[in-house]
Design a protein around this ligand. Sequence first.
Ligand code: DC
Length: 223
Amino acid sequence: MKQISIAIDGPSGAGKSTLARKAAATLGYLYVDTGAIYRTVALSAVRRGIDPADAAGLVPTLSELDIRLEYGQDGLQHMYLNGEDVSQAIRVHEISQHASTVSAIPEVRAFLLDLQQDLARKNNVIMDGRDIGTVVLPDADVKIFLTASPESRAQRRHLELQQRGQDADFDTVLRDIIKRDEQDTNRPIAPLRQAEDAVLVDTTHLDLEQSLQAILAVIREKI
Ligand code: DC
């Protein structure tokens, strides 16, 4: 039976993961956070003492990586790196930037493509990332491009970091978001961009519940 796939792409901090997770729970689909997979590769590089920008150093180590996604009793996606649950370790601030850096390496993207496509072959999925609607699942049944102004994205990210007990000042968070947007948008391979057939949802002036309803409305119209 053909599985249904929903692609949600957009810049960091637009609320993709929170909204995609909630929408997936509402619809009974599997939520796949693809950013977490790039973060896991970045963590592996850092732990091995490899500069995340050093493609020549990083690429030969890819074949030694066992990256797995598992869904816990809590229903949440956990990332495993060579058997270790690294779901918390990949969420620290420095890994965000490193994930963006490793994600610009073509061999890293190619290495992770199968893993992502395989999940969509076997499950009804809502998958979020940067290139899901353009590269990973170009035939997705629904494509949404979720965005918001850099300032409101930085505000949300700042709050999220504070709630996790991580210290970060707002200006640094905003600067990092703008830098990551630039990096993710301007890389030559699989850049962040809205697929031609994606519906744009701008959450700058929407709260969480309004954003969720906006997304569910797009999905229900298409499926
Ligand atoms: O969604 P996130 O912030 O966890 O993603 C971390 C980085 O991974 C992001 O800056 C770019 C990269 N990424 C990507 O290139 N392609 C994806 N599908 C998902 C994430």
